[in-house]
Design a protein around this ligand. Structure first.
Ligand code: NAD
Ligand code: DAU
Length: 351
């Protein structure tokens, strides 16, 4: 094997697309997926590649320092792509502690283990930290987040991700760990846990349940198909420059309510329902506390320097996503059968 790579959080939404891409595209790499398998981690996401010789799974909690060091000593990694995180903003508002443990302490454990392994021979090694555009805070009607926008996180989730970004930069600057960071906008696509807006709405529309829209539905997000994020990660891992940050975004801003209306139209067509049926499910509910108004990414650095560009039109990507959820009802039912019912009740009952 030419390289041994650790991908953390590989059983989650984005991580599973990254693991699949690397396992299939780079047969000469050994890809080790370390994941705690929280409610968001699902090995079923990787059923098509889990028997491949260049893939290994290690059930690991990155908060457990000893387990992380044991893992690094066992595999002698050449590179780390770090996606493991608590990722849902609403959960960070009800239970912030878990976000501090996993997103901050977990990242420090991985950095310390990388330092132990690479300090005498850092050449050719790389710690690639996957982060979010939410670290930059909230935009008004104009402007974009660039790589030099000042950090201004507003939720416990984004504050924990911002802390981890700062730690990665500090280890790069102080200890010389080769590192890159990317900050990406909202992802959508197959395998996303149905706590997030798009799969939650798809599931509710399918079951003719109310679609909860926070506040007035005027908040804006910049949506990117998950495979496009995976292709950017591949490019940055192989061609990104040490110490650099890259913004990744779809140049695809949507007000939540407009996105939901588009989704309703697609669902009506796919389910053979009369046009307008799903829109009647739209229900305005109490806003998310501290709800960021607008995210919009300027990804011209990544496009110009590394030649990346996103592929599907939003309507095409959304249609593919809807088709995947309608074709994978078993996946959805198994995911929903855990503690999802209790989560949903707690999160939406009072709204
Ligand atoms: P996800 O919640 O779907 O998956 C997270 C994965 O991390 C799960 O498999 C979970 O089991 C694992 N995990 C959680 N805690 C762990 C721990 N203590 N030890 C080991 N594994 C643990 O998240 P996602 O949406 O796929 O996001 C992946 C990464 O990308 C995160 O770092 C997130 O901040 C970042 N990101 C996400 C988006 C998005 O729109 N989803 C956008 C930009 C950046
Ligand atoms: O911007 C990148 C971030 O995008 C990632 O770092 C996060 O991990 C990811 O969860 C996502 O955060 P958001 O909070 O933007 O995503 P979410 O799907 O939770 O919400 C999208 C928008 O929809 C947001 O404005 C809140 C709103 N919303 C969400 C839910 C779940 C609703 O109106 N109703 C809902 O039920």
């Amino acid at each position: 094997m030419k390289k041994t790579i650790l991908i953390t959080g590989g059983a989650g939404f984005i991580g599973s697309h990254v693991v699949r891409r690397f396992v299939n595209k780079y047969p000469e790499y050994l890809v080790v997926n370390a994941d705690k398998l929280t409610y968001a981690g699902n090995l079923e996401n990787l059923a098509d590649i889990d028997k491949k010789e260049n893939y290994a799974f290690e059930k690991t909690d990155i908060v457990d320092k000893q387990s992380v060091f044991d893992l690094f000593r066992k595999y002698n990694f050449d590179g780390v792509i770090h996606l493991a995180a608590e990722s849902h903003v609403d959960r960070s508002i009800t239970s912030p502690d878990e976000f501090v443990f996993t997103n901050i302490i977990g990242t420090v454990n991985l950095l310390n283990a990388s330092l132990e392994l690479w300090k005498n021979a850092p050449e050719g090694k790389l710690f690639y930290h996957i982060s979010t555009d939410e670290v930059f805070g909230s935009l008004g009607a104009e402007g974009y987040f660039t790589e030099v926008t000042a950090y201004d996180p507003k939720s416990p989730y984004s504050a924990s991700k911002a802390s981890s970004d700062h730690l990665v930069r500090a280890y790069n600057h102080t200890f010389g760990i080769p590192a890159v960071i990317s900050n990406c906008s909202n992802n959508y696509g197959p395998n996303q846990f149905p706590e997030k807006l798009i799969p939650l709405a798809i599931n509710n529309i399918k079951n003719s349940k109310p679609i909860p829209v926070y506040g007035k539905g005027e908040n804006i997000r910049d949506w990117l198909y998950v495979e496009d994020h995976a292709s950017a990660i591949d490019l940055i891992f192989h061609r990104g420059n040490n110490g650099e940050t890259y913004n990744i975004g779809g140049n695809n801003e949507w007000k939540n309510i407009d996105l939901i209306i588009l989704l309703c139209k697609i669902m009506d067509t796919k389910l053979g329902r009369q046009d307008g049926t799903s829109e009647r499910l739209i229900t305005y509910v109490k806003d998310r506390p501290g709800h960021d108004a607008r995210y919009a990414i300027d990804s011209s650095k990544l496009q110009g320097e590394l030649g990346w560009s996103p592929i599907p039109e939003f309507a095409v990507g959304l249609e593919k996503t809807v088709e995947w959820y309608l074709a994978n009802t078993g996946w959805l039912e198994r995911v929903l059968s855990g503690d999802y019912g209790r989560y949903y009740e707690k999160m939406y009952a009072g709204r």
